[in-house]
Each structure stands twice: as C-alpha cells, then as structure tokens.
Design a protein around this ligand. Structure first.
Ligand code: URA
Length: 234
C-alpha cells in the first residue's frame, strides 16, 4: 500500500504541488470513484487509478535530452561537484531517470536520461556503436594525415586502439569528430594523440538525435517517434 499522492508523483503526473492541485480539481478516480484525498493509502496492483479518465500504469517510460553545461559531473551523487541530476526537474527525478553514458565535467551538449533500465543497458553496452558527433576547439591544425589516421583507427598514447572515426576540419582550430565508442576522455585523448589539445568540447549529435535549439542547461522529453527511432537503433 502507498499514498495516492506519492503514487501520482511517481507516475510522472506532476510535482507534489501539481498533484495536490490535480486532486483538488477532482481529476483523479480510484476504481471509477472520484478521490481528492492524497493521503489515502492505495494498492496500485489491484486498484485502478485514473487521471482525467485515463488509467495510469505506474511509472511511464521516459527518455530526456539535456543540453549539459560545463561544470557538472555525470553522476547521480558527488561530494565535491554539482551533478547533472541537479539540472533534471523534480518530476523526472521522481521517475528515477539515470544518465545514459557520460560526458566529462567540462564537456557540454547532448546527454540522454531514461528510467527504462533495459534501454539504458542496451545503449551503454560497449557493443553499442551509436555514432556521436562532437564539436571541438583545439590548439593546432587538423591535417589530411590526421583525418586519415582517424579513419583507419587511431592508437592512443597509452597504446589503446580506437575504432575508425571521422575527423572533419572546420576551420583554424575547429573540428567535428564522429566516434562510435565511448572510452574515458575519448575525443580529448584521440586529438591529443595527434598533437592537438582540446580546449572546448560539445556533443552535438547521438545517432539520429541532435541538440537542435535546446538551450544550454535545458531539458526536454524525447517525442514518441524519437524514442522509437533511438530504441530501434540501439
Ligand atoms: N570525449 C571526451 O573526451 N569527453 C567527453 O565528455 C566525451 C567524449
């Protein structure tokens, strides 16, 4: 048994105060009977809770996109740093979303979150080869030899072999890097192995998903279609 208001929050209906207002407005029914008392104990396994006539099925699956600012670590908790979870609105945190993969503290851009454990597992599996596109500003100039070295699979300074990747020269000290794996500090280390120190890094695309005009620090839900496209890629 659990409290009705908690169940509604956990189902992603809204924040605690939104749920309070929804209950007050008489929009919730329990086995077809209108209920306004959030403190009442319910058993979601046997009782049917509905909002505006639609039966809630517990936690709905949600996939979020965050445009991560620099300065936040990809972790659910950290003693010293701000975490990306602090940028996730409470209504989603209550739904147990977790980051999909990671971005370094100083890297900005596209970071996904989900509460679907199975999807999360598939997406972060090392076998998963979703292409990820990064914009990098760096010292030094990317040459044709660098492009070729990326294409044929770099060997990092510590001997680690990388999968073939794409390096596109955009202008003086600016490149796009496309990689299909996610080793620790992958792009920074790949660029360093060719003598280019990265001073700024932003992930712009992951598979078919791109940041679009999502402002820095903002979060949005993926549409059903985006979720399907992404899930199928996975
Ligand atoms: N490569 C990096 O070096 N850092 C990131 O955050 C992501 C890819």
């Amino acid at each position: 048994m659990e409290r009705l208001d908690k169940y509604l929050c956990d189902s992603g209906v809204g924040t605690r105060s939104q749920v309070k207002a929804i209950l007050k407005a008489g929009r919730v029914t329990l086995d077809g009977v209108s209920v306004r008392d959030g403190s009442m104990k319910i058993d979601p396994a046997v009782q049917r809770v509905a909002l505006d006539g639609e039966i809630l099925g517990g936690k709905r699956r949600v996939v979020l996109m965050l445009n991560k600012p620099a300065g936040y670590v990809t972790a659910t908790e950290d003693k010293n740093d701000k975490t990306v979870m602090e940028l996730i609105p409470e209504q989603y945190r209550r739904m147990d979303v977790k980051p999909v993969g990671r971005l370094d503290k100083m890297t900005e851009g596209l970071l996904l979150f989900t509460n679907d454990g199975e999807l999360l597992h598939r997406l972060i599996s090392p076998k998963k080869e979703v292409p990820k596109v990064y914009y990098a500003r760096h010292e030094g100039q990317a040459t044709e030899e660098d492009v070729e070295a990326f294409r044929s699979g770099l060997t990092l300074r510590d001997g680690l072999k990388c999968l073939p990747a794409m390096l596109e020269h955009l202008g003086a000290g600016e490149s796009l890097v496309t990689v299909c794996e996610g080793k620790y500090h992958q792009v920074r280390r790949m660029m360093a192995s060719r003598g280019m120190t990265v001073s700024y890094l932003e992930r712009r695309q992951e598979g078919k998903l791109s940041l679009g005009d999502l402002p820095r620090g903002a979060v949005r839900e993926l549409t059903q279609k985006e979720q399907l496209d992404f899930g199928e890629d996975a």
